[in-house]
Design a protein around this ligand. Structure first.
Ligand code: NAP
Length: 322
């Protein structure tokens, strides 16, 4: 524990006004003004100069970064976000740092973005919007831009955790969808849900497959050519989790050859780079990682991160240790 008065805190991006204000009132804080991820040099310096760092998506605290600093001053990475696959947690612990995240605060907003993408992809909303904007829409007719009717269809969820469950509830109670899933363990749900034998079996049996697992080594390319080939040709893939869970090149091939009907993506394998081949496809809906992008959710995430900072500085147990 660092002495609260002397402790220095770094927040690696500007936050909402409410979170900035609380941080400035409560801590000796530096708020980095850039919205871009930290460079390796900045991350190394952060471990030397601050007691606590509040990093976020894109700040790649890898094993090399920890290895570059002997006896780091920093003892806590209080991540802003539930996903922490940009931090090598084992390397952080080995270097004497704890890591926390912001679970729960993000759940509903991210599930809402999944439903947005499911509907946009199924009903060709992005394509339709581009048509109207182009000025070349010729008017309604009975077979214009027919999409997939979502109500009553079968939804496969890869990772029925907090967000997966919130997606399933919306889809089942709102759209009468049948729910099937894969996870590492059986889940108790407030709706009927079938745990599939395998991801391949799940992919083969659904009209829409939504990815809601954490990123990281264990789930990298979990959805690749084989899973995409198992999906029925009318099915859509939605990814609101992390880009690296999907083999993006295989996804592009599956879309280009009509192996699946469409995709709705909030995240990308090499974010923020989005391949031109993906951008050229009309059957994909592409959002710029909007999962938690509302003022109140970003404030709730910031407050949760600061609660972890405050607990650490007070010598109390960390509320959201990962
Ligand atoms: P969570 O509650 O931990 O749920 C993750 C689920 O994935 C659990 O059901 C877990 O199963 C399952 N899982 C983990 N590894 C698996 C594997 N190898 N195979 C199959 N299932 C596996 O996490 P969450 O709060 O729902 O968040 C999920 C992820 O969403 C985050 O990690 C983050 O990367 C992403 N996210 C994205 C946005 C965005 O802006 N687009 C926003 C928030 C979060 P068990 O329970 O059986 O272990």
């Amino acid at each position: 524990m660092a002495a609260a008065g002397a402790a220095r805190v770094l927040i690696t991006r500007p936050m909402t006004a409410a979170v900035n204000a609380r941080a400035q009132l409560g801590f000796d804080v530096e708020i980095r003004q850039s919205t871009a991820p930290m460079s390796p040099e900045e991350m190394i310096e952060s471990l030397r100069a601050f007691d606590v760092v509040v990093p976020t998506l894109g700040d790649a605290y890898s094993a090399e970064i920890f290895a570059a600093v002997t006896d780091p001053r920093c003892k806590l990475l209080a991540n802003f976000g539930v996903g922490y696959n940009h931090i090598d947690v084992a390397a952080a612990r080995a270097a004497g740092l704890e890591v926390t995240n912001t679970p729960g605060a993000v759940t509903d907003a991210t599930a809402d973005i999944a439903l947005t993408l499911m509907l946009m992809s199924a009903r060709r909303a992005g394509e339709g919007e581009r048509l109207v904007r182009s000025g070349s829409w010729q008017g309604w007719h009975p077979t214009q831009m027919l999409g997939l009717h979502l109500s009553g269809k079968r939804l496969g969820i890869v990772g029925l955790g907090r967000i997966g469950d919130a997606i399933a509830r919306r889809a089942h109670f709102g759209f009468g969808m049948e729910i099937a899933y894969v996870a590492r363990s059986d889940k108790e749900t407030s709706y009927p849900a079938e745990r599939a034998e395998s991801l391949l079996a799940l992919a083969a049996s659904v009209d829409m497959l939504v990815i809601a697992v954490p990123g990281g080594a264990e789930t990298r390319h979990l959805v690749g050519a084989e899973v995409l080939a198992a999906m029925p040709p009318h099915a859509h893939l939605i990814n609101i989790a992390r880009g690296e869970v999907v083999d993006e090149a295989a996804l592009i091939a599956a879309l280009e050859t009509g192996q699946i009907a469409g995709a709705g993506l909030d995240v990308y394998e090499f974010e923020p780079k989005v391949p031109a081949a993906l951008r050229a496809l009309d059957c994909v809906t592409l959002l710029p990682h909007l999962g938690t992008a509302t003022e109140e959710v970003r404030s709730a995430m910031g407050h949760m991160a600061l609660d972890n900072v405050a607990a650490y500085l007070a010598g109390e147990p960390l509320p959201n240790r990962v």
